[in-house]
Design a protein around this ligand. Structure first.
Ligand SMILES: Cc1cc2nc3c(=O)[nH]c(=O)nc-3n(C[C@H](O)[C@H](O)[C@H](O)COP(=O)(O)OP(=O)(O)OC[C@H]3O[C@@H](n4cnc5c(N)ncnc54)[C@H](O)[C@@H]3O)c2cc1C
Length: 504
């Protein structure tokens, strides 16, 4: 387990092979993979808070969707001719199958025992109304038909069928506006906080070190190809200095600041656009007993793609909840436990212009975020009732979601653009890397970290390949191009994880 603070205060200098800054799902995944690939590597994780997964990775701070492109419409992009490009949905699904393979391997090895604590079958649905949105969903269905990874999906424009899939969507619905839904029973709800805790337990059992309540404040090259990190004790005790051959900055919204402190030219020109969020949540029996799906819809104009509200069945620490949201908002913090000065202090001569350009080019987004902050409870209820017509706000309470820090970077013409994905920045000849951005996030931590290993351990990756293929047998293959392999992989991982297999 983590070393006690008292012991830490006494030891001011730590030498390690790899240091991961932050104890969220990204650092934990990397630390776990390294402990699998080379148990002799000394891995140290440093976290500024008192426990793992208290920021975006915590189950109440994210929506827990096992992102697989089954319900998130921002991955199925409408084209000018009315057709739908589903290549992003397939890519996300491919990535999620990699995550499922790591989890299955860990279960088979006895390292993850309680599968219900971190993954539960939760059908993924899309629900839309109005002619335009119905036409879009139909075109999406046409594009998805015949794709091996999406073969379990059904589609309907019939209220009775949709009501069978998800009764709360239909009960009390008035008028005869056209509606449509897609339904995929292989969808999942994932508790990324539980996974993170489990991974870090395994890492410490194998000799790794997880240090809490230490805030990494500075990083400098050590002169021998590695790095020196300075970390301050958040309770005011002695600081520590960590010498490491390799550094991974998995500090969420604070990663960019640390990459800039490390003086990486690769981090120049980047800025962050923070987006806060709120969820409505209920544990009322009459509701949670009747809603077991994740239901996504279509974004309003200007809405950031990952902030389209959805009605989500959740299972957190064995209890059932229904979450609705997130309602996006605006806050200058880069972490939930961050500072109001985060945004102003992130401004540098090299990123001011791209950030101003983004504000200018994204006026509908800025307007949308401003409107969301001012959203009265009646408007939140109206938004909830678009999914659940009989909803009563009195049954729900509002809670703050995690903070997202979206990437702002220059495009090929040097113009600032807002990005909604994640990006790894690697510098120092592969000795240091950091992760920026939030989506699709935790669901794809495994492929993101496997990709990172290829960059920062390029000299060792060939030697690790056999072990990597035991962990993720389809690593490097495209499942959607191989019907039999896609089916066999999904069926096997579903069996091991105790979740719904692909429809026959
Ligand atoms: C509202 C919302 C909904 C989301 N929904 C989903 C979803 O449904 N499915 C999905 O897959 N993903 C979702 N995501 C994205 C997902 O939560 C994140 O991508 C993921 O949790 C990021 O993990 P991380 O480890 O990079 O960062 P975090 O979980 O933010 O962890 C970073 C850690 O670094 C620590 N830290 C920061 N600075 C320092 C420092 N200087 N020294 C030491 N420690 C430091 C922080 O305290 C924190 O613990 C959602 C995110 C949000 C905000």
């Amino acid at each position: 387990m983590a070393l006690s603070i008292a012991k830490r205060q006494a030891s001011e200098f730590i030498e390690t092979d790899v240091v991961c800054v932050g104890a969220g799902i990204m650092s934990a995944t990397l630390a776990l993979l390294l402990s699998e690939l080379d148990p002799n590597l000394k891995v140290t994780v440093v976290e500024r808070l008192e426990a793992p997964a208290l920021e975006s990775t915590g189950p109440w701070n994210n929506a827990g969707t096992g992102h697989a492109g089954l319900c998130e419409l921002n991955y199925s992009v409408e084209q000018a001719d009315g057709s739908v490009d589903i290549s992003k949905a397939i890519k996300i699904n491919e990535q999620f199958q990699i995550s499922r393979q790591l989890w299955s391997y860990l279960v088979e090895q006895g390292q993850l025992s309680d599968t219900r604590a971190f993954i539960n079958s939760t059908p993924h649905m899309v629900f839309v109304h109005g002619d335009d949105h119905v036409n879009y969903l139909r075109a999406r269905r046409d594009a998805m038909a015949g794709q091996p990874l999406l073969a379990s999906m059904s589609y309907s424009e019939d209220a009775a069928q949709i009501g069978q899939w998800s009764p709360l969507l239909i009960e009390g619905r008035k008028g005869n506006e056209p509606i449509a839904a897609s339904y995929d029973p292989t969808g999942t709800d994932v508790n990324f906080g539980a996974l993170t805790r489990s991974y870090l337990n395994t890492v410490t059992e194998r000799g790794g070190d997880v240090i809490y309540n230490f805030d990494v404040t500075d990083l400098k090259p050590s002169g021998d190809g590695g790095w020196l990190l300075r970390a301050a004790h958040t309770g005011g005790g002695h600081g520590i200095i960590i010498k490491a051959a390799k550094v991974f900055i998995g500090a969420g919204g604070y990663a960019l600041n640390l990459l800039q402190k490390a003086g990486l030219p690769e981090a120049q020109g980047y800025g962050l656009f923070p987006i806060s969020g709120q969820f409505l949540t209920t544990s009322k029996r009459a509701i949670v007993a009747r809603h077991s799906q994740k239901v996504y819809g279509k974004a309003s104009v200007g809405a950031p793609p990952m902030s389209v509200p959805h009605l989500d069945a959740r299972i957190i620490d064995g209890e059932k909840y229904v979450l609705f949201g997130p309602f996006a908002g605006s806050s200058p913090k880069f972490l939930k436990d961050g500072s109001l000065l985060d945004l102003p202090l992130s401004l540098r001569p090299h990123n001011i212009l791209p950030m101003l350009e983004v504000a200018k080019d994204n006026l509908p987004l800025v307007k949308y975020l401003a409107s969301q902050i001012l959203l009265p409870p009646s408007a939140q209820e109206a938004s909830l009732r678009e999914f659940y017509p009989d909803a009563d706000l009195a049954d729900w309470k509002l809670l703050a979601a995690g903070q997202r820090a979206q990437i702002i970077k220059k495009d090929e013409n040097g113009h600032g653009t807002l990005q909604f994905g994640t990006e790894t920045i690697v510098g120092g000849g592969g000795s240091i890397a950091g992760l920026l951005g939030a989506s699709p996030g935790a669901s794809t931590a495994v492929p993101i970290m496997l990709g990172l290993l290829e960059k920062i351990f390029a000299e060792r990756i060939d030697g690790w390949r056999d072990q990597l293929l035991k962990i993720v047998p389809t690593w490097g293959k495209s499942l959607n191009d191989d019907v039999a392999l896609a089916r066999a992989t999904m069926t096997h991982t579903a069996e091991v994880l105790g979740i719904t297999p692909p429809v026959k």
